[in-house]
Every structure is written in structure tokens, then in C-alpha cells.
Design a protein around this ligand. Structure first.
Ligand code: ITT
Length: 200
């Protein structure tokens, strides 16, 4: 049995593999599989999208554990936007930079205390086409007034963490991977896998 990570995002995969170090199962990504999957993320919630990414793979690779997640940024002042639209927030020709600029523009003139935001990760685990676990992880912070830092990806350069007085993109990946929404969810998964492996 192996652990298949249902993602095509290389930055995410790198983070996930780093977090899952030490897990006894071989960890592979969907790009390592013989079969290719073209999946549509058109759900209304992170959970729906996580299932859409994961279930089709699990129906084919029945003996393996398939883990997928959907994640994004939720800005309180924007009533939870961009949420499930995080990836393409600036439109068809989106780039991470354009997405960040759009958020900064929408929050122009808004004070620090009203710039609360969080990253949300919804992780699901499937085996033989059946959902066996759902885990959510959140990281709270603020939208900064300008883009800073070179690490990470996506909204990291505008996601400010008061505890570190830095944006997520100013933290080295080893530090982000200890505190992120994905780290929280995947660390819980790791603990779950450990418990299951001891009881079987
Ligand atoms: P997969 O669906 O193949 O996993 P994706 O890039 O489409 O990869 P998501 O739909 O889950 O990933 O993510 C939506 C967006 O949310 C992503 O493109 C980033 O802009 C943002 N995002 C998610 N996690 C993030 C993180 O840790 N740091 C910064 N931005 C993040």
C-alpha cells in the first residue's frame, strides 16, 4: 500500500512531503501514477473540492490511501473571499502576483485590525472510493499593506503573522511548514496513520 497525494501543485507537494517525513508508507504524487486525472475544482466548499480531487483517483487505485486537500485564503473584510476562488481570483490570466495585488487594492485604506484573514486547508482521505477521514487546519493572520518576501507561494507575500512580525513569504519554508494550515492538517493525518499502523 502507498500514500498517493492528489495534487498537481509542486510547491504544495514539496511542503506536504516535508511534513510527512517519517511516515512508513511510500509517498507518491498523482503525477507519478500511470493513469492521468483531469479534475475540475468547481465545488462550493473546500470540502467538495477536496473530494473532487481525491475520489476519482481512489476509485482506480483501490488498494492505496489517497489524500487530497483544497485550500485557500479567507479574508474577513471580504466576507470570506477569495475562499474556493483563491487560485483564479484575478481572472482567467491569473498569476499569484495579480491575485495579491487585487486583494491589496480591495483592502486599500482599511486599518490593520480589520484586515484579519486565515488560510484554510480541508484534507480528506479515501480508501477504495470511501471517505475515511476529514481533517481541517487553519492559520490566522492579517493581510499586510504591501507584498514582502520570496519564500512559499500564492498569498504568502501578503499574509502577515503578528507573532513573527513577518509575512509567510519572509519565513523560511522549514518554519512555515511547522505552523501552516496544511502543516496542522497533515500533522494530524500523520498522527492518525501512526495510530492505525500500531493497532493493525
Ligand atoms: P491542487 O488543486 O492541484 O492541489 P492548486 O494550486 O489548485 O493545487 P488549491 O486549489 O488548493 O491548489 O489552492 C488555491 C489557492 O490558494 C492556491 O493557488 C494559492 O493561491 C492559495 N493557497 C493555498 N495554500 C496556500 C499557502 O500555503 N500559501 C499561500 N497561498 C496558498
Amino acid at each position: 500500500m502507498k500514500l498517493i497525494i492528489a495534487t498537481q501543485n509542486k510547491s504544495k507537494l514539496r511542503e506536504i512531503k516535508q511534513i510527512l517525513k517519517g511516515v512508513k508508507l511510500p509517498v507518491v504524487s498523482q503525477d507519478d501514477l500511470d493513469r492521468k486525472f483531469y479534475l475540475k475544482e468547481n465545488g462550493k466548499t473546500f470540502f467538495e473540492n477536496a473530494v473532487k480531487k481525491t475520489l476519482p483517483i481512489s476509485k482506480v487505485y483501490k488498494d492505496d490511501l489517497v489524500v487530497g486537500e483544497d485550500s485557500g485564503l479567507e479574508v474577513q473584510y471580504l466576507r470570506g473571499a477569495p475562499g474556493v476562488y483563491s487560485k483564479r481570483y484575478s481572472g482567467k490570466n491569473w498569476t499569484y502576483k495579480k491575485n495579491n495585488q487585487k486583494i491589496l487594492k480591495e483592502l486599500e485604506g482599511i486599518s490593520q485590525k480589520n484586515r484579519k484573514a486565515n488560510f484554510h486547508c480541508c484534507l480528506v482521505v479515501f480508501r477504495s472510493g470511501k471517505l475515511i477521514k476529514r481533517i481541517d487546519g487553519r492559520l490566522n493572520g492579517y493581510i499586510s499593506k504591501e507584498s514582502k518576501g520570496k519564500h512559499g507561494f500564492g498569498y504568502d507575500p501578503i499574509f502577515y503573522l503578528p507573532k513573527y512580525k513577518k509575512t509567510a513569504a519572509q519565513l523560511p519554508s522549514s518554519a512555515k511548514n511547522k505552523i501552516s494550515h496544511r502543516a496542522i492538517a497533515f500533522s494530524k493525518l500523520k498522527a492518525h496513520l501512526y495510530k492505525v499502523s500500531r493497532s493493525t
